[in-house]
Design a binder for this molecule. Structure first.
Ligand code: G3I
Length: 467
């Protein structure tokens, strides 16, 4: 029996064997083919997905919190700091400080950011709550434009509109001051967001849209179908995925995700939490991860907080780490499921097709001191590629650091299995081990990263320093 992941990896290895020289073959083999990843972000990256968390700026000085967040997650959502009331507390006066703290922390640690949320009936500043009609429409569009422009180039995906449909069986739009400005307010917000940041994926985000049979799910589906048919710029649909005993993970979850993906949008699980404990909670988490992994365009999963005590519903202990930062059974089930692999995220415009891209030269530095850094290619997409660096100790060493230099306009946008720091240009990342860097002679260890290539497929250059 082979798992999908093993079959997928064999395919990748076979492709590498067929296309590369013997010297590179040894390099590729240096990465253990069946090693299970030990963090959520590394395990998700194996099939081209991210694994994220919501972050609260007020907790960024809590060392336990940041250590877990940095180690496990490579996609960051501001839990409250980029909402309308936080961004524009007074009309025309923007307060970027808390949002910037989170975006800067994410980027300094090699992580991507989901923006949440540009337009929402809730968390509006007081001045906006009192508005209506064309004055409100103008203010909303101005907000979308200003915020998306300010963060232009730094956001992987924006929740452009949040929670615009009513609960229950009506399938109607939610009544709100924004809805009362006219039914086209959602598409107007998407158009404004696209104009302000053409590089960000634009998502519609909602809750109680998990069960394919529910009227709300159908209503959102019909809106997205209509938007795609009319060319409204929508790229993705976010499923918040707040579950509890009254609202369990539906058995048709995979069907829902697949049907939306079939409309030609990415799907993302954006605010996952599941109240409960023990094996029952772990099984439900496993089911959600399995559903995402089975849908090629399900590009990532974000949990809505780090530890149970950080959660907006802490008494339901809905997250993957307990209040002391220990991994729960739910964590283990998620990690194991991610390590089973899944349908790879698709790679339209595969750059490895003959004639479409320059052939890169394998990079292998001879080792400074007594370690060697070796590069091997990972997954490729039309906008980014993964790489793995294997550090080999030539003699016994007590620590190591490795620089990875990319060329402008390339950017390293995510890392895993190490602690990165950056030079002022942002082109040179120095990776150090997250724990002890001690290695016996001949022992190897690997870290990984994602490069947004912006059209340049050149491999990074490496150095290795041992201590
Ligand atoms: O920071 C203030 C504090 O100074 C004050 O003393 C205290 C008194 O109430 O409030 C604190 O702010 C609270 C904030 O969370 C930070 O803890 C707000 O009152 C509270 O309303 C806010 O709740 C947030 C909620 O959105 C607001 O709608 C939750 O943290 C946040 O997890 C939750 O996230 C939403 C997503 O944005 C959309 N989907 C549903 C999800 C869960 O409700």
């Amino acid at each position: 029996m082979t798992t999908p992941r093993q079959r997928y990896r064999r395919g990748r290895l076979a492709a590498a064997f067929g296309g590369l020289a013997a010297a590179t073959l040894a390099v590729t083999l240096a990465v253990p083919a069946a090693a299970a990843a030990s963090t959520l972000q590394a395990a998700a990256a194996e099939s081209g997905r991210y694994f994220g968390t919501a972050i609260a700026a007020s907790r960024l000085n809590d060392g336990t919190y940041t250590t877990i967040a940095n180690r496990e997650f490579n996609m960051i959502t501001a839990e409250n700091e980029m909402k309308m009331d936080a961004m524009q507390p007074s009309r025309g006066q923007f307060n970027w400080s808390s949002g910037d703290r989170i975006v800067n922390w994410a980027r300094q640690n090699g992580k991507q950011v989901r923006g949440h949320a540009l337009a929402w009936h809730s968390q509006q500043p007081g001045w906006m709550q009192n508005m209506s009609g064309s004055q409100l429409r103008t203010a909303m569009l101005d907000h979308v434009t200003q915020v998306a422009s300010y963060y232009r180039g730094k956001i992987y995906a924006w929740d452009v509109v949040n929670e615009a449909f009513a609960d229950g069986s009506s399938g109607a739009r939610r009544d709100s001051n924004l809805q009362r400005t006219g039914n086209d307010w959602i598409e107007a917000a998407f158009r404004a967001a696209r104009a302000a940041d053409p590089g960000a994926k634009l998502c519609y985000n909602d809750y109680n849209t998990d069960n394919w049979q529910h009227a709300k799910t159908q209503a959102v589906y019909n809106m997205v179908k209509d938007f795609k048919a009319r060319g409204v710029p929508i790229d993705c649909v976010g499923f918040q995925a707040h579950f509890n005993s009254g609202n369990p993970v539906p058995s048709n979850y995979h069907t829902t995700l697949q049907n939306f993906a079939d409309l030609g949008v990415d799907v993302q699980i954006t605010e996952l939490d599941i109240e409960g404990s023990g094996s029952s909670q772990a099984q439900q988490y496993q089911g959600v991860v399995q559903a995402c992994l089975s849908v090629a365009r399900c590009t990532g999963i974000t949990v809505w907080g780090v530890r149970d005590t950080d959660s907006w519903r802490a008494s339901g202990t809905p997250l993957l780490f307990d209040g002391s930062g220990n991994k729960k059974a739910a964590y283990t089930s998620v990690l194991n499921q991610l390590n089973q692999g899944g349908t790879p995220v698709p790679n339209p415009g595969n750059p490895t097709q003959p004639g479409t891209t320059p052939t890169p030269t394998p990079t292998q530095n001879p080792g400074t001191g007594s370690c060697t850094a070796t590069y091997s290619e990972g997954q490729k997409w039309n906008d980014r590629f993964n790489g793995t660096v294997t550090i080999r100790a030539n003699t016994a060493i007590s620590g190591w650091s490795s620089t990875v230099t990319v060329r402008q306009p390339q950017r390293i946008i995510a890392t895993w299995n190490g602690s990165p720091t950056w030079d002022s240009s942002g082109n040179v990342m120095t990776m150090r081990p997250s724990g002890s860097g001690a290695l016996a002679a001949g022992q190897t260890v690997s870290f990984g990263f994602t490069v947004q290539h912006n059209g340049d497929w050149t491999w990074p250059t490496l150095t290795c320093s041992a201590s």
